[in-house]
Design a protein around this ligand. Structure first.
Ligand SMILES: [Zn+2]
Length: 875
């Protein structure tokens, strides 16, 4: 699944109830024969599932199977009717009891196949989970239409049909769909036969699937069109609602090329007879890798390549390659249990980056992984409320906690570290063995290390420390005349990091850049001495791929920054990561952090400027309620960047190289954010042109910023205009930018108007986080959002019930913007009598961030203020 938090774009998924237990394995499914009818007007569903099962324990005459909010009409085992069916929606299962004299029939069935049949009914929900309905407006007919579609990961298949809903309980599936004949039917597999029944219903039988986990089952009933490419061995299609298939061209071609690429790299054929990709109008995550039928949020699949920004193309590419990678990592070979989720998500993330770097070598994928993937992982893993990559899942409600930057970004960073250590060839060989030997099965982390060690020809299982321990190390460097001494300790944002003998030890592959080239060592002890003439020493963590932060002496840091321009962009980015996270933890003061940024002001790398922008935004977030400081910071940014931008000019010419284009874009964003008075005039004029429909000269990549600026300074007329853009635009990106911009209006009537939209159908449930992100960007919005949450908690729970996909994100977005102890206490107080178990980690992370920011703010307030006053006066 492509998580929205990585955008942070994936809503974390929350669960309905406090404790949902894992099924025992008394009864094992072998094959599902599922027949399902979807009534597209009443939204009712009816189904029969016949499951070939093997009974392991004959002494039990009760079969427990997952089911949630389904009406169970009857059940039988080998034709013997059940005596009772106990529905336990709280625990999400049903117990089907058979007469006690059937113990002996069951005994007879021991280890031989028998058929469990369950007749059930349900409802197409509107909560984007299980078998649900997604609404859209058909612009040709101006009618409201629905798509019936599925989202089963991690434990929602039980909402669509009774099933043994555990990843390790793999089975084959023969699916049959019935509906009104106006609708197209899709599922994981290709169509076996399709016909009309006498009652006028259309029936589609799909071929039997390979063995797979229940969370990968998918089916769709909808009015659709598609485009197809035959560039691959099997047909690859992109399905859309009517009128949009042309926007699927890029995706179809890319998906086919990516299948080809992964087949070649992994030396394993894609085993299904087709791959469909479908854009779903309402979708809780970014995308979902259902085998043979990948579902996507529309904006993550469709685009017009000629008019899209590079960021948009990169995003769609990454999501598609991530999902295609899952066809092997996750679908063909699956994690044994949810606590091993990183084997799916870490790999899909790493494989998508690997593919992108080969498909688009000029996209700087390696460098971006330092400023995006590593930074995202550090930002979460620095918290005491983080968790190890491998976790124990005691109850299934815990699963939601791990669809986060640890499983995705830290998982991927760890794989990169291993690949760098053993070499890419050995790494690819290792993962190919791992896949080949576990096809159609489930696996775990120790199995992975077994195959990697085999391919590397050395035992690298000691690296597993990284998956079982939370956090990451800080390496402190002490320099002597003829050697350097490295000491590791656990990096923590909440305290000043000091070296303690109780610290966790990580085996760290350390790459050192010297004047003679790179030196590679593996640091397994707390401290190690490396003989190295200081004259020859340059930098630790060569090229920045190591998962640690380095702390140098001030003298060395000054030296590194004074020669920053001779370091590679990767090394510059890694140094920026170092100084930023050292500042978070209090090891470096904010004035020094800001001062070091100045050394990069002549940089022509847009990646460096993007990183500067991220750092400035983070510091501004800490001083969000201190206008005096944010104004000084803005002046500082203008003094650093304006000259370069005006030299380049704001217009983007077709002759500009991609790097120059990206540089202009990030400087435009940075200076707008800093309220540069000159750029304000330019932006205003561009916005007025946009309003007057003179759009030819406006770079598409500027539009989000133009809307944002308009929101920050605009009046009611602008508000109405942007609201209209949001409601009427056909371009999803423009629509989303307009939606977010509504959150920037500060005038209290307008802010209230925006906030009152949150619980209405004016904002799709899948998009609530977009509007909230806009609102929470300002101090006023941060307060109002929190007030809104407190006042509307009951209504929020009605629309986003505990168990809906967005509740955790809502809680986090409404709380994380604060920076004071007082606010921390208020939030704690509000939630003290609430049942927080399904979003407790997100709430803990928010609370911890508030404390970190509050400590940071108080610690450096005076120093930063003095520094900025002095520096700005010099300029
Ligand atoms: Zn994924």
């Amino acid at each position: 699944m492509y998580s929205l938090h990585l955008l942070y774009f994936c809503c974390i998924i929350c669960f309905a109830f406090a404790f949902v237990n894992v099924l025992d394995t008394n009864v094992i499914p072998i094959h599902y024969n599922l027949l399902l009818y979807a009534n597209m007007t009443s939204f009712e569903t009816q189904g029969i599932v016949k499951i070939d099962v093997i009974v392991n324990n004959p002494a039990i005459n009760v079969i427990r199977i997952n089911s949630y909010k389904l009406g169970i009409l009857g059940a039988s085992l080998e034709g013997i009717k059940s005596t009772s069916i106990k529905i336990n929606d709280e625990q999400q299962f049903i117990d089907i009891e058979f007469p006690s004299d059937t113990i002996s029939p069951i005994k007879k069935l021991l280890k031989s196949k028998s058929v469990l049949e369950i007749i059930f009914q349900g409802k197409l929900s509107d909560d984007m989970l299980g078998f649900y309905r997604a609404q859209y407006k058909d612009k040709n007919t101006n009618t409201s239409e629905i798509i019936a579609t599925t989202h089963m990961e991690p434990i929602y298949a039980r909402r669509a049909f009774p099933c043994f809903d555990e990843p390790k309980l793999k089975a084959t599936y023969s699916i049959t769909l019935l509906s009104d004949p106006a609708y197209t039917h899709l599922s994981n597999m290709d169509v076996k036969e399709s016909f009309m029944m006498e009652n006028g219903l259309k029936v589609t039988k799909f071929n039997r699937s390979p063995k797979m986990s229940s969370y990968l089952v998918a089916f769709v009933v909808a009015k659709l069109e598609y485009i197809e490419t035959n560039n691959f061995r099997v047909p690859v299609r992109v399905y859309t609602i009517p009128g949009h298939k042309e926007e699927g061209k890029y995706a179809a071609t890319l998906a086919a090329e990516t299948l080809k690429f992964f087949e070649n790299v992994l030396k394993i054929r894609y085993p299904l007879p087709k791959l469909d990709n479908i854009a779903i109008p309402e979708f809780s995550a970014g995308a979902m890798e259902n085998w043979g039928l990948i579902t996507y949020r529309t904006s993550d699949l469709l685009l017009d390549k000629n008019s899209s920004t590079l960021k948009k193309i990169q995003r769609v590419t990454e999501v598609i390659q991530h999902e295609v990678a899952h066809q092997w990592f996750g679908n063909l070979v699956t994690m044994q249990e949810w606590g091993q989720l990183w084997l799916n998500e870490g790999f899909a993330t790493w494989m998508s980056h690997f593919a992108m770097s080969k498909f688009y070598p000029f996209w700087n994928v390696e460098e971006r992984s330092i400023s995006e993937t590593l930074r995202a992982a550090f930002s979460l893993d620095m918290l005491a409320s983080s968790h190890p990559i491998e976790v124990n899942i005691d109850n299934e409600s815990d699963i939601q906690q791990i669809f986060d930057a640890i499983s995705y970004s830290k998982g991927s960073s760890l794989l990169k570290m291993i690949s760098d250590k053993i070499g890419e060839t050995a790494f690819i060989t290792g993962i190919s063995y791992y896949l080949k030997n576990n096809m159609y099965k489930t696996t775990n982390t120790s199995t992975l290390f077994k195959y990697l060690s085999f391919a590397a020809n050395e035992d690298i299982s000691y690296i597993r420390e990284w998956t079982t321990k939370p956090g990451f190390p800080l390496i402190s460097v002490v320099e002597n005349k003829d050697n350097i001494i490295l000491t590791q300790s656990k990096f923590l944002a909440t305290t000043n990091t000091t070296i303690s003998t109780n610290d966790i030890l990580y085996p760290i592959p350390v790459q050192i850049l010297t004047k003679d080239g790179e030196r590679n060592i593996t640091m397994k002890e707390q401290s190690m001495k490396i003989e190295l003439n200081l004259e020859r020493f340059i930098k630790i963590n060569y090229n920045g791929s190591g998962f640690y932060v380095t702390k140098y002496s001030e003298e060395r840091l000054n030296k590194l920054f004074s020669m920053i321009n001779i370091l590679s962009v990767s090394d510059q980015l890694s140094l920026l990561n170092d100084i930023y996270f050292l500042t978070v933890s209090g090891s470096l003061s904010t004035d020094k952090l800001i001062n070091y940024l100045q050394y990069l002001k002549s940089s022509n790398s847009y990646l460096i400027w993007e990183m500067i922008y991220k750092i400035v935004i983070s510091v501004k977030e800490v001083y969000k309620f201190d206008y005096h400081i944010t104004n000084l910071l803005d002046k500082f940014v203008i003094s650093m960047a304006a000259q370069k931008f005006y030299f380049l000019g704001w217009e983007i010419s077709k002759d500009d190289s991609q790097d120059v284009k990206q540089l202009k874009i990030i400087l435009f964003i940075l200076l707008n954010n800093a309220n540069d008075p000159i750029i304000e005039v330019v932006s205003k004029e561009l916005y007025l042109n946009y309003k007057a429909n003179i759009t030819a000269k406006i770079p598409k990549a500027y539009i989000t910023t133009l809307f944002e600026q308009c929101g920050k300074r605009g009046d009611i007329e602008d508000y109405e205009f942007l609201l209209k853009v949001y409601k009427d635009s056909d371009d999803l990106n423009i629509q989303q930018s307009a939606l977010m911009s509504l959150g920037y209006f500060k005038e209290s009537d307008l802010l209230h108007k925006t906030i009152s939209m949150l619980l209405t159908d004016d904002v799709l449930k899948q998009d609530i986080h977009i509007l909230m992100s806009g609102i929470r960007s300002s101090p006023e919005g941060t307060y109002q959002l929190w007030e809104w949450l407190k006042l509307n908690w009951v209504d929020i729970l009605k629309r986003y019930p505990v168990g809906s996909s967005s509740l955790g994100s809502i809680v986090k977005l409404c709380t994380i913007g604060f920076v004071s102890q007082e606010q921390y206490s208020q939030i704690k107080y509000f939630f003290k009598d609430k049942s927080v178990i399904t979003y407790s980690k997100l709430l803990d992370q928010s609370l911890e961030m508030i404390i970190i920011k509050s400590t940071w703010r108080d610690r450096d307030f005076m120093r930063l203020s003095n520094y900025l006053n002095n520096t700005n006066n010099i300029h």
